[in-house]
Every structure is written in structure tokens, then in C-alpha cells.
Design a protein around this ligand. Structure first.
Ligand SMILES: [Fe+2]
Length: 431
């Protein structure tokens, strides 16, 4: 086994012969079951086979009535990614990382991920009920959501066809089925992905990377804009793992069709731009000689969770605007307002549109220009301060600072005392 848990075994059966093109769902189910027998550890197989019939109902899973429909689309999507077929709205640099990730880990790893990623949907079934649902009074439970275990579900619903599920949901006032237990009864997390990752945490036959991408396969849903801060928490890893996170989130979204029969990639696109913005932000910090601004956030995240690496360090910096790695510092002008520069870098990190319209170089140029200090002559400084009765020695400190630094030093600032506000206001008049 290598770092990502890919076995060198040649499986007798791969996705190419699964036959997504089989007309009959039975053929596809047979193919899935055969895949499960090959790829999934023996003690998990019967449960994974059961999960194929996890019900799907409501606005988010119009691809079909059962989980196998979702898995089918997810597998097809990952296969497409491996061949470079990805939605055109995703940035080119992200596409490259995604394609490379699939081809690097191999199709069996991806298939194993798909089969396991929704392992706990069956144990996290949650029924959203209408106001007149007869299930509102089941066992005295009240409220709009009814948490059910798998055993309870298979007692309630015994059908196997989509029409039967539709009828059952209508008769019982079920508006939507989701996969989150607010009050889990098994000491595992309420979210189905996190639940599976925790359930598998001590298993050595499932790689750490696979557990991580299972735990994070729904993260992209939360990105309503570019969010470098959030991306910091997730992409604390090399580009191979980052590529897998992106692919698995993408496959999950592509395999969740809405009412119009199309996936909604809006938040995934923000997610992909957030990943790219994070990498660009790292470059920008290095270019501005503010590496520590990047690292301070990075280290904070590292303390919460160890970094994930697979094949070593990141090697693909060149894809981010074609710039050199972040150890390359620009030749910066001598007189920069360092505090303002740090502020501008921080606000870029928090910007909801960071690097959407701006390259790293353009952002560097903009920040440098705004922070560049001009040295001022004694005459100019004295002219704007002429209306303030500054003590002579304080005036000289101001003149010296503005002539040598282009800004007031901390020491001079402290010496200004009650003149502080007036002096700073007057200095702003310098053109
Ligand atoms: Fe999924």
C-alpha cells in the first residue's frame, strides 16, 4: 500500500466495465455489488450494499429515488474528471489539479471513495414532515424533523421502486429526506460524512486521505462567496489531497440533481475560486515579504489538525498565474507603510471576491502603490504645520521622520501628546 492506500493489486474489474451505459438498473446494481465485493473490506460489504437503497426524496436528489442513483452519477463524474471533462466555469488551474489527482490515485481509489462516502446516510436518516404528517405523532415525537434509524426505516418502508417511495412519502407527509441527526444516539457525529470518518478512524484498511475526503465531501455547500479564511481550514494539505477534496465535492454536487434536472454548482464554483485564492494569497504574502502573515494563520490551523501530505510538497506553484513559488520576494521599494501593508493583506484575505478579477501581480502592485511612502522636505512639512503651536523639539522630530521615513515613527507619535490629532490631520494635506 502507498500513502493513499492504493494497492498495487490489479483488480479483475474496473469502472470501465461497470457499464454506466447499461440500460437496466439491475445491471448497474449487479455491477455495483461486484465492485463492492472487490473494493470494500469484507465486514463492511453487507452494510454498503444496504446503503444502495437509502431513500432520496425532496428537492436535492432528483437523480433518482435511491442512493445508488447518486453513486452512479458520482462515479461517472469522477471518470469524466480523469478524462479532463469538467464544468467550464471552474478555473483552469483547479481543473488541472483535479484531473491530476484522479489520475494519480487511480480509478479504484475513487470507486472505493464513492462506495464509502455516504456510508452513514442510512444511519442518519431524517424525515422532514409537513404540518399534517401522521408521523408527527409517532412515539409521541413532535416537530418537523423525525430522526429514524435504518432498522426503523426498513420497518416503515418495504418497497424497492421509486413510485412506491413517492407514494409512501406523500401518504406520510414527508417533504424531504436528509442525512443529519441533530441528536445522534451512537456517540458519533451527526453529519453523515463526519460520522463515517469517525467510525473508520482506527481502521488501517481505509487510508487517512480517504477518511479525510469522506469527512469533507460536503464542505463546498457552504461557500456563498470566495472565502480564503475557510479554505485555510480545509486545504491545509498538498495539491494531491486538495485535488481529491475538490474532485469529491464536485462529484457530490454533480450527482445531486435539482428540480430542473441539473446540478447547482454555484457554491462549488465559489469553493474552487476560494482554493485558488488561498494558493494565490500564499504567493502574495511571499512576494510582499509578508510570509509571516500567511504562516501565522497557517500555523493556527496546523495546531488544530495535522497537515496531510501524500507525495511530498506542493510542486505546482507555476499554475497559479505562472508565478514563481512564494519564497521569491519582490524587490520592494524602500519606504513602505508596513502597518498599512499588513492591514491591506489581511483585508484581501477577508475579501469575498479576492483574486476573482485580480492576478497576484496586480494585487501586489495595488498594495505596494497604496503603501508607498513619500519623503517630505522640511519646507513642506513646516508649511502644513504652521498653524499648530508645536514645541520646537517635537517639530524637529516630525520634520526628521517625514524627511527620512515618510511617516511618523512610534517614538515621535508618543512625543506628540495633545498635538497628535492635529498634526496627523495636517500631514494628510501633504500632496
Ligand atoms: Fe454523496
Amino acid at each position: 500500500m502507498n500513502a493513499i492506500g492504493r494497492s498495487s493489486l490489479q483488480y479483475p474489474f474496473t469502472i470501465q466495465c461497470v457499464g454506466f451505459y447499461f440500460a437496466s438498473w439491475r445491471c448497474f446494481m449487479d455491477a455495483l455489488v461486484r465492485l463492492i465485493m472487490v473494493l470494500i473490506p469484507e465486514d463492511l460489504r453487507s452494510w454498503v450494499i444496504k446503503t444502495l437503497m437509502v431513500p432520496q426524496f425532496g428537492p436535492y436528489h432528483k437523480e433518482g429515488s435511491f442512493l445508488w442513483n447518486h453513486l452512479e452519477l458520482a462515479m461517472k463524474t469522477i471518470e469524466d474528471v480523469g478524462e479532463g471533462v469538467i464544468d467550464a466555469r471552474i478555473p483552469k488551474a483547479v481543473k488541472e489539479i483535479m484531473v491530476e489527482a484522479v489520475n494519480c490515485v487511480g480509478i479504484e481509489f475513487c470507486q472505493k471513495y464513492v462506495l464509502l462516502h455516504d456510508f452513514d446516510k442510512g444511519s442518519r436518516l431524517s424525515l422532514k414532515l409537513s404540518s399534517c404528517s401522521p408521523l408527527r405523532t409517532v412515539e409521541g415525537k413532535k416537530g418537523t424533523m423525525l430522526q429514524v434509524s435504518w432498522d426503523e426505516w426498513v420497518t416503515m418502508f418495504t418497497g424497492t421502486a421509486g413510485e412506491e417511495l413517492d407514494r409512501f412519502c406523500k401518504e406520510n407527509g414527508i417533504i424531504q429526506i436528509s442525512y443529519y441527526h441533530q441528536n445522534p444516539t451512537d456517540d458519533l457525529p451527526g453529519k453523515h460524512g463526519a460520522c463515517t470518518a469517525e467510525r473508520f478512524k482506527d481502521r488501517e484498511d481505509i487510508s487517512e486521505v480517504l477518511k479525510y475526503i469522506v469527512a469533507t465531501h460536503e464542505n463546498s455547500k457552504d461557500y456563498s462567496s470566495v472565502d480564503i479564511g475557510r479554505a485555510f481550514k480545509l486545504f491545509n494539505c498538498d495539491d494531491l489531497v486538495a485535488g481529491l477534496i475538490l474532485v469529491c465535492n464536485y462529484a457530490d454536487q454533480m450527482a445531486s440533481l435539482r428540480e430542473n434536472g441539473e446540478p447547482d454548482l454555484t457554491n462549488f464554483i465559489n469553493f474552487s475560486f476560494s482554493f485558488l485564492a488561498l494558493r494565490k494569497f500564499e504567493l502574495l504574502c511571499g512576494q510582499l515579504g509578508k510570509h509571516e502573515l500567511f504562516l501565522s494563520v497557517h500555523e493556527k490551523e496546523m495546531k488544530k489538525r495535522g497537515p496531510y501530505t501524500t507525495y511530498g510538497s506542493r510542486t505546482r506553484n507555476s499554475v497559479y498565474d505562472g508565478l514563481t513559488p512564494f519564497s521569491q520576494r519582490l524587490d520592494l521599494p524602500n519606504h513602505l507603510d508596513e502597518l498599512k501593508l499588513a492591514d491591506m493583506v489581511r483585508s484581501l484575505k477577508n475579501a469575498k471576491d479576492a483574486f476573482r478579477e485580480e492576478t497576484v501581480q496586480e494585487a501586489c502592485d495595488r498594495i505596494i502603490k497604496a503603501c508607498q511612502l513619500q519623503l517630505r522636505s522640511k519646507e513642506d512639512v513646516c508649511a502644513v504645520l504652521s498653524g499648530i503651536a508645536l514645541p520646537e523639539e517635537v517639530l524637529m522630530m516630525v520634520v526628521e521622520d517625514m524627511g527620512n521615513l515618510g511617516i511618523l515613527s512610534q517614538e515621535t507619535g508618543r512625543g506628540l501628546g495633545r498635538y497628535n490629532k492635529d498634526v496627523r490631520k495636517a500631514l494628510k494635506k501633504l500632496k
